[in-house]
Unconditional design. Structure first.
Lengths: 308, 479
C-alpha cells in the first residue's frame, strides 16, 4: 500500500524534482567542484587542485585585495542597511498611519499621508539600473554633479575627491542609495501590517494616556515583529548582493581602489579575469556565509507569537 | 499543521516522508552530476599547425573554398561594418564558401562556452571589456599558431612577406610562449590631445620637454583653464603617462624588465620620476577638479568644451567625440606624445599599443580559411574596408588607404613618423589580469588622485609583482 502511494506521489514529482536537480542542485554541486580546480572558464582540460583556491583567496595579495574588502563591506552593509531601512520605514509607516492626531477616537496618520505613501513608493517602480544611473548623476564629481551644484548654492566649495571617487566615502554613498530605494517598499509593507493591528488596542493605549513614542515602542513594534523579521531577511539578501548598484555607479566597478567591492562583484571580476575557479570559490564562501547567517538569525529571532 | 502532529504510520504519506525520499533521490543524483562535469574535461589533442606554401601568393594556406567560414567580431568602438565588407572580399575569392558573421559585444559570455566545448569559430576578434584573456587561450593551446601568416606572401605583392609589412612591435605583442598567436589589427596611438585653436588664441606653444610643460601649465592655470583632465574611472588611460615618461627617461628596458617580472624592476629611478611627475600635476593644482570621478566620456566632454587643455587618450578619441568636436570649428584637435623628463636618455620612445586582437582558434573547423581571412584583412582592399568604416589605421606600416583626412589622423601620423623609431610594448597588465586590474590600475588611479605617494605605490606594486612571480600556478610570459 505504502509503496503504491509513494510511486503515485513520485510520478507527480518526477518532472519538478528533475528540473530542480538539473537547474538548481547541479549548478550548486558544480560550483563546489569547480572551486577546487584550476578552471579558467575556457579551458576544458582543467585539473583538481584541492583547497588551494581558498587558501590563495585569503593569503595571496592578488586575490585577497578583492576578497577581504568585499567581506568587510558586505558585513557592514548587512548590519547598516536593514537597520536603517527598517527604522525609517517603521517610523514613516507609523507617522502615516497612526502618528497623527486622533479624531473621534480614530487613530489617523499625519496630514497628506496618502500622498506621501505614493511619493515614498516611487523608487520602487524604477529599475535598479535606472537608480544607479540617476544617482551617478547626483554624485558626479565635478561641478555638473547635482549634489555639488546644490552645495555650491550654499557656498560649499567643491569636494576635491568627489563622492563616489573617494575610497573612504564610496561605500556610504552606495548604501545611502540602497536605503533610499528600499524604504518606500517597506513603508508600504509595514503600513499594511499595521492596518491589521486592531484599532481597539491603540484606543486603549490612548485612553491610558500613552504618548506617541510609547505607543510606537510598546504596541506597534511588538505587534509587527513577524513582519519586521521578514523584512530583515529580505533586506539581508539585498545587502549581501548590492552588485548591480556597485557595478553601475562606482569607478572601476567596485572601486576606487576596491573601496566598494562586494562579494557578487568579486565573483564577476574573477570570471572576467579568467579565474572562473576562484569565482566559484567566492561563491562557495558566500554560500557558507549566508547559511551561517540564516542559522544565526533563525535562532536569535525565535520567540512566541502574539495572538490577536 | 496537521502533518506535523500526525504519527508517521506505515502507509501514511506525510510531508516529512516525501521530503526524505526526494532528498535520497537527490543524493543519488549527485554522482551523476560529477559524471556530467567530467565529460567536459579531457586532454586537448595536439592538432598539427596549418602549413604555408610561400611560393603560392594566391592560396598559400591551401584553403578549401567549399568550407564555410565563421567570423566573430567584437562590436565595440569600431562597430562591425568593416568586417562585413572584408567578408565580402573573402566571398569574392571563394564564392562557394558560406560565411557566417556574428557581431557581438560580450565575447566572454558567448564565446567562452564555445572554447570550453572545443567548438570555436574560425576567426575571432577577441576584444573589448569582456574579452577572454589572450594569454589564457594561448597558454592552453586553444589558439592556432599564426606564424604561417607572417611567412605568407602578401596579396598585393607576391615578393613581400606579411611579416615585413607590419609595424614594429606587432609580432612581439602577439607572441605568447614563443609563438605568434594574436594579430592586433587596429593601430592605436596613446597621446596627449589639445585644441590647436585654443592654443593659437592664447598664444601658447606645445611643450617639447616636461619642464616646458610645467611652465605652460602655470600659464594655463592663470588663464582660468585647468591644464589637465583625465578619466579617474578607468585608470588604465594613465598607463601612457607612466610608461612613456619612464621609457623615455631610462630606456625601453625599464618597461621590458617590468614585463619580465625582474627583481626590483618597479624600483627603477625612472619609474619613480615618472610617477612623481604625475603626482606633481595634482599637487600643483593642474588637474581639473573632480577628474578622478569622471568617466572617459565625461572627461572628454569637459576637454572638448575647453575646460581643460590636455587629456591623455588613445587615437580613437576623434572618432568617439566626433559630434562634440564638429560643433566647434575652431577646435583643431592636435596631439603630442608625453614630453620627456629632464635627463631623458631615450626621448623618442613611444608606446606601441595596437588593439583589436584577432586570432584563429586551434579547434576551428576551417583554420586555413581563418588565416586567409586575416591575410585579406591586411591587404590593400581589406585595409580600405577597415579605415573607411572606422576612421582608424591598421597595423600595416605607412599605409593609409581609405583614411579620411582629418586633423586627428594627421596629427597621429605625424607623431608616429617623427617618434616611432623607438616603439615599445607594455604587457604586464594584459599578461597578468589579476595583477593589472586588481592592483596596478587602482593604485595608479590613487597616485594620480593624490591619495597615494609614488613611494607607497612602488612598494605595493613591487610586492604584488613578486607575488605573481612566486605563484607557480600562474604561467609566466617573457619578451
Amino acid at each position: 500500500m505504502k509503496r503504491r502511494k509513494n510511486l503515485f506521489v513520485a510520478s507527480f514529482l518526477v518532472l519538478p524534482v528533475t528540473l530542480y536537480l538539473v537547474l538548481v542542485l547541479s549548478p550548486f554541486a558544480q560550483a563546489f567542484w569547480f572551486s577546487m580546480t584550476n578552471w579558467n572558464g575556457t579551458n576544458p582540460n582543467y585539473e583538481f587542485v584541492g583547497l588551494e583556491n581558498f587558501q590563495k583567496l585569503f593569503t595571496s595579495e592578488l586575490y585577497s585585495v578583492y576578497l577581504i574588502p568585499a567581506l568587510k563591506h558586505n558585513a557592514v552593509m548587512l548590519i547598516v542597511v536593514p537597520l536603517v531601512v527598517i527604522a525609517l520605514a517603521l517610523f514613516f509607516a507609523f507617522m502615516l498611519n497612526v502618528g497623527g492626531r486622533s479624531r473621534g477616537g480614530q487613530m489617523r496618520g499625519v496630514g497628506g499621508a496618502g500622498f506621501y505613501k505614493i511619493i515614498y513608493f516611487f523608487p520602487q517602480v524604477l529599475s535598479v539600473v535606472m537608480i544607479g544611473v540617476l544617482w551617478q548623476a547626483v554624485y558626479r564629481s565635478d561641478e555638473y554633479g547635482l549634489l555639488n551644484s546644490v552645495l555650491a548654492l550654499f557656498g560649499v566649495p567643491l569636494k576635491s575627491s568627489g563622492w563616489l571617487s573617494d575610497p573612504s566615502l564610496v561605500l556610504i554613498m552606495v548604501m545611502l542609495v540602497m536605503i533610499w530605494s528600499s524604504v518606500g517598499f517597506y513603508l508600504v509593507y509595514f503600513s499594511s501590517a499595521m492596518a491589521s493591528i486592531p484599532a481597539e488596542i491603540y484606543e486603549a493605549a490612548a485612553l491610558d494616556g500613552s504618548t506617541r513614542v510609547q505607543t510606537f515602542f510598546k504596541i506597534t513594534v511588538p505587534l509587527l515583529f513577524d513582519s519586521i523579521r521578514t523584512a530583515w531577511i529580505y533586506l539581508g539578501i539585498v545587502a549581501l548582493d548590492g552588485f548591480a548598484l556597485v557595478f553601475i555607479m562606482t569607478p572601476q566597478q567596485g572601486g576606487p581602489d576596491h573601496g566598494s567591492e562586494v562579494l557578487g562583484g568579486v565573483m564577476y571580476n574573477f570570471f572576467a579575469n579568467g579565474k572562473a575557479a576562484m569565482a566559484c570559490a567566492v561563491g562557495v564562501i558566500l554560500f557558507f556565509f549566508t547559511l551561517s547567517l540564516m542559522a544565526l538569525s533563525m535562532r536569535l529571532t525565535r520567540r512566541d507569537r502574539v495572538e490577536f | 499543521m496537521a502533518s506535523d502532529t500526525t504519527p508517521n504510520e506505515a502507509g501514511d504519506l506525510t510531508r516529512r516522508s516525501v521530503l526524505k525520499t526526494s532528498a535520497a533521490l537527490g543524493l543519488l543524483a549527485v554522482p551523476a552530476v560529477g559524471l556530467l562535469s567530467a565529460c567536459a574535461s579531457g586532454g586537448s589533442e595536439d592538432k598539427e599547425g596549418v602549413g604555408v606554401d610561400t611560393a603560392d601568393a594566391v592560396n598559400p594556406f591551401k584553403v578549401d573554398g567549399k568550407k564555410p567560414l565563421e567570423v566573430v567580431i567584437f562590436k565595440g568602438g569600431y562597430d562591425d561594418k568593416y568586417a562585413i565588407a572584408q567578408e565580402a572580399i573573402y566571398k569574392e575569392k571563394f564564392p562557394e564558401s558560406v560565411i557566417t558573421h556574428h557581431g557581438i559585444e560580450d565575447i566572454r559570455a558567448e564565446m567562452g562556452p564555445r572554447f570550453n566545448s572545443k567548438n570555436p569559430p574560425d576567426v575571432i576578434d577577441n576584444s573589448g571589456a569582456q574579452q577572454i584573456n589572450h594569454a589564457d587561450l594561448a597558454n592552453n593551446g586553444q589558439y592556432a599558431d599564426l606564424t604561417p601568416l607572417l611567412d605568407a606572401p602578401t596579396i598585393d605583392d607576391a615578393n613581400v612577406k606579411v611579416r615585413d609589412t607590419l609595424l614594429g612591435g606587432v609580432v612581439e605583442l602577439g607572441t605568447y610562449n614563443g609563438k605568434f598567436h594574436v594579430l592586433n589589427y587596429g593601430f592605436t596611438l596613446y597621446a596627449i590631445w589639445y585644441s590647436g585653436g585654443l592654443f593659437a588664441e592664447k598664444g601658447w606653444t606645445a611643450p617639447t620637454t616636461w619642464a616646458e610643460m610645467l611652465t605652460l601649465c602655470e600659464e594655463i592655470k592663470k588663464a582660468g583653464i585647468a591644464p589637465w583632465t583625465y578619466t579617474g574611472v578607468h585608470p588604465y588611460y594613465l598607463f601612457d603617462m607612466m610608461v612613456t615618461l619612464a621609457a623615455r627617461h631610462g630606456g625601453n628596458d625599464v618597461i621590458k624588465n617590468i614585463d619580465n617580472l625582474e627583481p626590483d624592476a618597479w624600483r627603477h629611478a625612472s619609474i619613480k620620476l615618472a610617477l612623481e611627475a604625475m603626482a606633481d600635476l595634482k599637487a600643483k593644482g593642474y588637474i581639473l577638479e573632480g577628474s578622478d570621478g569622471l568617466d572617459h566620456r565625461a572627461s572628454q566632454a569637459r576637454w572638448a568644451k575647453k575646460d581643460a587643455a590636455f587629456i591623455p587618450v588613445g587615437s580613437w578619441l576623434e572618432n568617439e567625440e566626433k559630434e562634440l568636436l564638429a560643433a566647434d570649428p575652431n577646435f583643431e584637435m592636435k596631439c603630442l606624445i608625453m614630453p620627456p623628463l629632464d635627463g631623458s636618455t631615450n626621448p623618442n620612445a613611444v608606446w606601441a599599443a595596437p588593439g583589436e586582437g584577432f586570432a584563429v582558434p586551434q579547434d576551428a573547423k576551417n583554420r586555413e580559411g581563418g588565416l586567409e581571412y586575416l591575410r585579406i584583412m591586411l591587404s590593400a582592399k581589406g585595409r580600405e574596408a577597415f579605415s573607411k568604416n572606422t576612421s582608424s589605421l591598421t597595423v600595416v606600416a605607412g599605409k593609409t588607404e581609405g583614411m579620411p583626412d582629418s586633423p586627428g589622423v594627421r596629427a597621429a601620423n605625424e607623431a608616429l613618423k617623427t617618434t616611432a623609431t623607438s616603439a615599445f610594448p607594455f604587457k604586464i597588465d594584459e599578461w597578468y589580469p589579476d595583477f593589472g586590474k586588481g592592483i596596478l590600475r587602482p593604485k595608479l588611479g590613487e597616485v594620480m588622485a593624490g591619495r597615494l605617494t609614488p613611494d607607497e605605490f612602488i612598494d605595493t606594486i613591487q610586492k604584488a609583482a613578486d607575488d605573481v612571480k612566486s605563484d607557480s600556478a600562474i604561467l609566466k610570459q617573457k619578451r
